[in-house]
Design a protein around this ligand. Structure first.
Ligand SMILES: *[C@@H]1O[C@H](CO)[C@@H](O)[C@H](O)[C@H]1NC(C)=O
Ligand SMILES: *[C@@H]1O[C@H](CO)[C@@H](O)[C@H](O)[C@H]1NC(C)=O
Ligand SMILES: *[C@@H]1O[C@H](CO)[C@@H](O)[C@H](O)[C@H]1NC(C)=O
Ligand SMILES: *[C@@H]1O[C@H](CO)[C@@H](O)[C@H](O)[C@H]1NC(C)=O
Ligand SMILES: *[C@@H]1O[C@H](CO)[C@@H](O)[C@H](O)[C@H]1NC(C)=O
Ligand SMILES: *[C@@H]1O[C@H](CO)[C@@H](O)[C@H](O)[C@H]1NC(C)=O
Length: 491
């Protein structure tokens, strides 16, 4: 039913709006002509999969710091991903959220400066970045946010400004990469955080601040907004593919709209836009309506639950395909508690998402993981149907062998039974062996079929989903796993 509603929505919307790319803007999809898995070609081409370093190399270093972004680039990320918020004096900095207390030592440096605000209808206490000047913010040091990760670099690095980040990327793309004859340039996948709070409570437009910062950066115009030479905007160039150097993502569709119309009125080139969606939002019937109404986005960034769910996840991918959108879910993390329960590891989960679900990129906290999945490709990936078929063939073959052995053993035993008394003592020993052999076979067969039965039952339940070897049982409801991801709202 929901599928039909979606389908109707999208047909209507495609008819009314159509989806088009702005001049100078490239899709976020790597053309298959420049996708490769051949290691010697990787310097010029790239895997058909985009690795977005979620807040930097966050698994290894405190997120949203220059070293964390730089490490991600070294590991081969296509994008570094800053979350941008504005200080009291309207400077953009990158940090986990508007609350400085989550990842810094603000409480010890400025103990009195916390307060309570109403954010999305909830009273929230914290040390809010818009109450601090850039100078104050730069005195803070960042720490690792998630438990269990290395704290060796806690309080070593400051909060970076957008200027620091653009300069880092420029150095990487125009110095390091060129010097080493690598053509795989990377980009910034920037998220504006809580733009509606800034707009409504602080009368501040994050879009305006972002554009002002870009005007002040000596590299940004050439790197991101140059309309004169549109080949700078990624796409296929001389048989190579370079990702679009800037992507703007937001949970808030209006902010994407605002960015696009302001860039348009300034005559600047358009970056690709990505609409983010949390696990609730992505399955609302209005979601695809919103996407269709926006018309100009290049991709969607859903919570991974949105695409893993058995039925709804498939529907999500089908809808995205109709709109020709890149699908970049969040978030791949190494720790098992963040892996969807039916997978044995983050690697398996990501591989399944890529090879079976067909996502085109992913936000990951280990860039090397994303790069590995992309370059490994899907040729040796098996769907559930293939694995099941293989299991059944193997099972039948084993059963045939066993059946043969049972017959042979029975024959042998009855032969010994019929021998005369002189053979009895020897035969007794043989009978013992025969009974042992038969019992052994009986139990091993029983155990075997019980295991296989379970396995088969499991497989048949999940067969339409596709699975990988070692994958655990899928949840039967459409909840896509029960562990809570703290990233439901803030990716
Ligand atoms: C938030 O705090 C204000 C002032 O203390 C209070 O009046 C209001 O009821 C609180 N709202 C919620 C949702 O708790
Ligand atoms: C700041 O963070 C610490 C833990 O890191 C917490 O104990 C404290 O309550 C937080 N303060 C505010 C005002 O949120
Ligand atoms: C880069 O390529 C140039 C020209 O092909 C070559 O002379 C140079 O040695 C290469 N540099 C490196 C670091 O491979
Ligand atoms: C909001 O800002 C704009 C310009 O930045 C200004 O013209 C307007 O007066 C401000 N509104 C309020 C309510 O402060
Ligand atoms: C456009 O970009 C290409 C590739 O970077 C470069 O070779 C060419 O010189 C540029 N043209 C202009 C007019 O800037
Ligand atoms: C059946 O017996 C043969 C020869 O003794 C042995 O190689 C084979 O492994 C046995 N098959 C099974 C399934 O036990």
């Amino acid at each position: 039913m929901r599928g039909i509603v979606f389908a109707i929505f999208s047909i209507v919307l495609t008819k009314i709006d159509g989806l088009h790319l702005d001049a100078g803007q490239c899709p976020l999809l790597v053309p298959s002509s420049v996708a490769t898995k051949i290691p010697s070609q990787l310097a010029k081409k790239r895997p058909n999969f985009i690795t977005i370093a979620h807040r930097g190399a966050s698994y290894s270093l405190p997120e949203h710091t220059i070293p964390a972004y730089r490490l991600a680039l070294e590991l081969g990320a296509d994008y570094i991903e800053p979350y941008l918020v504005a200080t009291k004096d309207n400077k953009l900095v990158a940090i986990h959220s508007i609350d400085l207390n989550i990842t810094t030592n603000v409480a010890s440096l400025y103990p009195e400066r916390h307060r309570t605000i109403t954010l999305d209808g909830t009273n929230t206490s914290g040390y809010f970045v818009f109450d601090f000047t850039l100078e104050e913010v730069q005195k803070l040091r960042v720490k690792q946010r998630l438990d269990g990760r290395s704290t060796s670099f806690d309080f070593s690095f400051p909060i970076p400004t957008i200027q620091d980040i653009v300069d880092l990327l420029h150095d990487w793309n125009h110095d390091i990469v060129i010097k080493n004859n690598i053509t795989k340039r990377s980009g910034i996948y920037a998220e504006l955080k809580d733009p509606q709070y800034y707009l409504q409570e602080l009368n501040t437009s994050l879009v305006d601040i972002f554009l002002k910062e870009m005007e002040q950066n000596k590299h940004a115009d050439k790197m991101f907004f140059n309309t004169k030479n549109q080949t700078h905007f990624g796409c296929e160039r001389m048989g190579e593919y370079q990702v679009p150097p800037l992507v703007i993502q937001c949970f808030d569709a209006e902010t994407l709209h605002e960015m696009r119309s302001k860039l348009h009125s300034k005559g600047m080139a358009q970056p690709p836009y990505v609409l983010l969606a949390n696990a609730k939002h992505c399955h609302l019937p209005g979601f695809w309506y919103e996407v269709g109404k926006l018309g100009f986005i290049s991709g969607v960034g859903p919570d991974k639950k949105c695409v893993i769910q058995e039925t709804a996840g498939k529907e999500f991918m089908i809808e995205a395909k109709k709109f020709n959108l890149a699908v970049h879910p969040y978030t791949a993390r190494e720790e098992i508690e963040f892996v969807t329960p039916q997978f044995a590891s983050a690697e398996e989960e990501l591989r399944w998402l890529y090879c079976s679900r067909g996502i085109t990129g992913m936000f990951t906290e280990s860039s090397d993981l994303g790069v590995r999945i992309g370059t490994r490709g899907c040729e040796d990936f098996e769907t559930a149907e293939e694995i099941l078929k293989e299991d059944i063939t193997e099972m039948e073959k084993e059963d045939n062998d066993k059946q043969l052995n049972v017959t042979i053993s029975q024959d042998l035993c009855s032969q010994f039974d019929n021998k005369d008394d002189t053979m009895k003592s020897a035969a007794l020993m043989m009978i013992g062996t025969c009974v042992g052999l038969l019992m052994g076979l009986f139990f091993s067969k029983k155990g075997h079929s019980t295991n296989k039965g379970l396995q088969q039952k499991e497989s048949s339940k999940t067969i339409h989903l596709g699975k990988m070897k070692g994958m655990k049982k899928l949840p039967t409801n459409d909840d896509g796993g029960s562990h809570s991801d703290d990233d439901m709202e803030i990716i």
